[in-house]
Structure formats: structure tokens, C-alpha cells
Write a protein that binds this ligand. Structure first.
Ligand code: NAD
Length: 499
């Protein structure tokens, strides 16, 4: 059995805790590797190593640090097929989607090549008599990222690229379900010229996370995962004085106005609802058609498209629409929620629970499901299902439709499909959700903008990547300077003002 350890100080390191977790091939249901779960002592050693390497890296000028990112981008492109294959093998998503996962991270690395510009401070000449004032953004020291299973390439890169380009040393604790790609990324960073010890990948579960949260050297924690863990990480990290930004789960609504192009809206819902088997924090899981005739037309268009979805292993070719769920537990949980929806009185229009594929009977596959007549009191409406299940909640008018995502506890993404500019503008302005699409079902901002949800989808300050990524992993120091020729005689007892 293949054993996956850690990557510390620029080298592969075996786990010594004696604890391991199984890593599955979700398409076959087989255990394909075992990943080491770090103990507190192993995490402490990795942090000490990072702390020793960080000052020299911070002292390396930002243009040289940026060149490492430049080379890293080249290497990601060189190894794209290899990375995508490793990613699909452990996660289950299709190869084109796995490449998208790598490329969305690569784009953040590209953005970080601009670190010298992004880290430039501010300068005020003559802020007072003979006084100049300047501010600079300095790295925090050793910082950490804790990431989920569903984007094992993109989300680690959202975290470590800005942190490292800004001069920090980084401890990455990726998901234990698909740990291979994060280690491959760390190997590529070393090949790109990153000094050993600046990027460390420590695999593990709750013990490793708690060791990060309680450690006194680590200055900041960026987390992405489910909401209960995001909230836990945020409270414990901030209680020990760290900077924290923790992004959680979602329930993304797409409103379909009566004037929308129904074919476009249905296609958008199919891709956004079922792509990656619905295991995306920006997946659309609730469709809100406005008016009964819009709802009927939408259901009529969606039903045959869902029944025709191509489901299969990543090895079955690029025209597969989506693959298996990540684990047997995830599959059982999603099927259980579908059962719950039926019990609650929602109408299951398409039932994909019995999907099975010859030769892959033990894989974690299920077909697409479609619920109609879902109401806001149902568990399937309140809960993030994180599977290939779309719920239709019918709204009588725009105000009722708008109120659904506004009142939901999650606030990650949302979309509206309409041809009416006034309605779209009103929606974008009033909605209390972090990322909004207008005729765009999955409005994931590009690398030079920032990504972040509101309400229970995000805890803490600042978003991920873009300029916020640099702000989160740096702090501002402001210097006020006056040279001897500007000094006046005598002590000053009252606070200087510009009066
Ligand atoms: P998860 O919360 O189970 O795990 C996330 C991380 O937390 C992993 O590294 C895991 O090892 C660790 N962890 C798990 N249980 C823990 C515990 N009890 N104590 C401490 N650490 C623990 O999430 P997941 O299943 O890997 O990912 C799916 C979730 O992530 C979904 O809810 C999805 O919406 C969310 N997500 C959010 C975003 C976003 O930007 N808002 C992006 C991607 C995924």
C-alpha cells in the first residue's frame, strides 16, 4: 500500500505518529493509499523549521520572490496532465474539471508575480516640518492554510501563493481525502527555486489542525471547509491571538425571471448544479423560478437534460459530465438527504439514487436528482447537500424570490437570469451575498479580484486572493522620520497636530 507522508524542509518526510487515514479511488471504491496523520510533535517540528527559514526569505527582494512564482507557473503548465490525473484519481472529478482546478490556482500564482507592485508602501514627503512618513507591508512570519477536499489544487494555491510571495513561510494542512496534489505543488515550488522550509505540507486531521490553532509561532490561519469547522477554527485561532479568515459552506440560489432565456437558464443550471457532482462551494443548489409558468417551463427543460447526464470515472473520456462523490460516507449522506426530501413532501422529479455502472459497482457514484416544490422550512432547503441534487423553490414574484437567498443563513454565491437591466441592477445592489452573477451561474471572481462569502459562509476579515490575499498575509508598519536638521529644541508635551 502506498504511504503518503509530509513535505517538510524541502523533503518528503514519513509520518511518525503511527496514525493513517485511507485515501480512496472514488471511482472504484478501493483504498489506493494511506496518508499519515501528524501528531502535535510533528507539527511543532515543521513550524520550527519554517520559522528558521522565514527571515532570509523575507529579506530576499520581492522581485526575486516573484521570479519563483514565474517559474512555478511554467512548471504547473509543464506538469498539467500529471497533476490533473493525480487529482482526478483521488477526488473523482473529470480530467477537464481537474485541469480547471489547477488552472484557477495557477492564475493566482500569475497574479502573485505582481508582488513587488502589490507590496509597495505609501510615502508622504513633508508630512510635518522636516518630517516624512511612510508605510510598508511586512510579512507576518509563519502562517498557515487549512484546506478542503473539493479543490485540492486551487484552494491551497489561493493561500500559499500570496503568503509566500509576500515573504512568509507557510504550513499547509490539506484535506486528508486527496493529499497527493498539494505535495506535488510543494515539490514544484522547490523546483521553481523556493528555499527549503518556506512551504511545508503537513498532512493530518483534527489533531494537526488543533496544533496549528494553538501554536504561538503561527501568526495567521486561512481556512476553507464546512461552516461548523470554519466557525470552530475562527474562534480558536482568534482566541490565541491569530489573524484568521475562515470560509464555510453554501446554499447558492439562482433566480430565473419570466423574461430569461429559458434554454440558457436550463443549461446554466445543469452545469452549475451537477458539475463536479455538486461538490463545489459555488454550485447552484437552489433554482428559484419566478411565476408558475416559468417554473413549469424550467422543469420541463431540466428533466430530460438531467436524465441524459453522463456519469462515469475520469478514465472514461472527456465527455463525462461528472464523476463519483468523494467518499462512501458522502454518498450515503447525500442519498439520505434525498430520502429526507421525499419524507418532507418535496416532489422528486428525477431520482438518480439507483445509478450504477458496470465494472464500477463499488464506486461512489450517483445520478442527478431534481426536486420540485421545495419549501423554506424543509431540511433539504436549509442544509448544504454537496451532491448532484438541485431543488426548485417556486416564487410568485421577484420580491419573494429575492427574500429566499436574503433570508438564508449562507451567503456565498447567487445568480439571477433575466433580460431586464433594472431587475439585475436592483438584485446586485440589494442582495446580502458576497458573489453575484448576472446571467452567470457560478460567479467565481478571477484571481485579480477577491473571493469571499458573507453570513455563515465567511468568518473574519478580508477575502481570498486578489489584493486582499496580500493584505491578509502582511501587516502595515508606518514610520515617521525627522532628521537632525529638522529637530527643534526642547520637549513637546502635547500631542502634535497639523493645526
Ligand atoms: P471539512 O470542513 O470537512 O474539512 C476542511 C478542513 O478541515 C480539512 O483540512 C479537514 O481535515 C479539517 N477538519 C475536518 N474536521 C475537522 C475538525 N473536527 N476539527 C478541525 N479540523 C477539521 O470540509 P470538506 O468536506 O473538506 O470540504 C467541503 C466543504 O468546504 C463544503 O462545506 C464547501 O462548501 C466548503 N468550501 C467552501 C469554500 C469557500 O470558499 N467558501 C470553498 C470550497 C469548499
Amino acid at each position: 500500500m502506498q504511504k503518503i507522508g509530509h513535505f517538510i524542509g524541502g523533503k518528503h518526510v514519513d509520518g511518525t505518529s503511527g496514525r493513517f487515514a485511507d485515501v480512496y479511488n472514488p471511482a472504484t471504491g478501493e483504498v489506493q493509499a494511506q496518508v499519515a496523520l501528524a501528531s502535535q510533535q510533528e507539527m511543532d517540528a515543521a513550524i520550527a523549521n519554517a520559522a528558521a527559514a522565514q527571515p532570509a526569505w523575507a529579506a530576499t527582494n520581492p522581485q526575486r520572490r516573484a521570479r519563483v512564482m514565474m517559474k512555478f507557473v511554467d512548471l504547473l503548465n509543464r506538469d498539467m496532465d500529471k497533476l490533473a490525473e493525480a487529482l482526478s484519481r483521488e477526488h473523482g472529478k473529470t480530467l477537464p474539471d481537474a485541469k480547471g482546478d489547477v488552472i484557477r490556482g495557477l492564475e493566482v500564482a500569475e497574479f502573485c508575480i505582481g508582488a513587488p507592485h502589490l507590496l509597495k508602501g505609501e510615502f508622504s514627503e513633508g508630512a510635518g516640518p522636516g518630517i516624512d512618513m511612510y508605510s510598508m507591508r511586512q510579512p507576518l512570519g509563519v502562517v498557515a492554510g487549512i484546506t478542503p477536499f473539493n479543490f485540492p489544487a486551487m484552494i491551497p494555491m489561493w493561500k500559499f501563493c500570496p503568503a509566500i510571495a509576500a515573504g512568509n513561510a507557510f504550513i499547509l494542512k490539506p484535506s486528508e481525502r486527496d493529499p497527493s496534489v498539494p505535495i506535488m505543488l510543494a515539490e514544484l515550488m522547490i523546483e521553481a527555486g523556493l528555499p527549503a522550509g518556506i512551504l511545508n505540507v503537513v498532512n493530518g486531521d483534527k489533531s494537526a489542525v488543533d496544533a496549528i490553532l494553538d501554536d504561538e509561532t503561527i501568526q495567521a490561519v486561512g481556512f476553507v471547509g464546512s461552516t461548523p469547522i470554519a466557525q470552530y477554527v475562527y474562534s480558536r485561532a482568534t482566541a490565541s491571538g491569530k489573524r484568521a479568515q475562515c470560509f464555510g459552506g453554501a446554499k447558492n440560489h439562482m433566480i430565473i425571471m419570466p423574461d430569461a432565456d429559458m434554454d440558457q437558464a436550463a443549461d446554466a443550471l445543469i452545469g452549475a448544479g451537477y458539475g463536479a457532482a455538486g461538490e463545489r462551494c459555488m454550485a447552484v443548489s437552489v433554482a428559484v423560478p419566478v411565476g408558475e409558468s416559468t417554473a413549469d417551463a424550467l422543469i420541463e427543460k431540466l428533466t430530460p437534460k438531467i436524465e441524459a447526464l453522463k456519469i462515469g470515472p475520469y478514465t472514461a473520456g472527456n465527455d463525462v459530465d461528472f464523476g463519483p462523490l468523494v467518499t462512501r460516507e458522502a454518498l450515503a449522506r447525500v442519498k439520505g438527504l434525498v430520502e429526507q426530501g421525499i419524507k418532507e413532501g418535496a416532489k422528486l422529479v428525477v431520482d438518480g439514487r439507483d445509478f450504477s455502472m458496470q465494472g464500477y459497482e463499488d464506486g461512489f457514484f450517483m445520478g442527478g436528482c431534481l426536486f420540485d416544490n421545495v419549501t423554506r422550512d424543509m431540511d433539504i432547503y436549509k442544509t448544504e447537500i454537496f451532491g448532484p441534487v438541485l431543488s426548485v423553490v417556486r416564487a410568485k414574484d421577484y420580491e419573494e424570490a429575492l427574500d429566499l437567498p436574503m433570508s438564508h443563513e449562507y451567503g456565498n454565491g447567487t445568480a439571477i437570469f433575466t433580460r431586464d437591466g433594472d431587475t439585475a441592477r436592483d438584485f446586485a445592489s440589494r442582495i446580502n451575498i458576497g458573489m453575484v452573477g448576472i446571467n452567470v451561474p457560478i460567479p467565481v471572481p478571477l484571481a485579480y479580484h477577491t473571493f469571499g462569502g458573507w453570513k455563515k459562509s465567511g468568518f473574519g476579515d478580508l477575502n481570498q486572493h486578489g489584493s486582499d490575499g496580500f493584505k491578509f498575509y502582511t501587516r502595515t508598519k508606518t514610520v515617521t522620520s525627522r532628521w537632525p536638521s529638522g529637530l527643534k529644541d526642547g520637549a513637546e508635551f502635547s500631542i502634535p497636530t497639523m493645526k
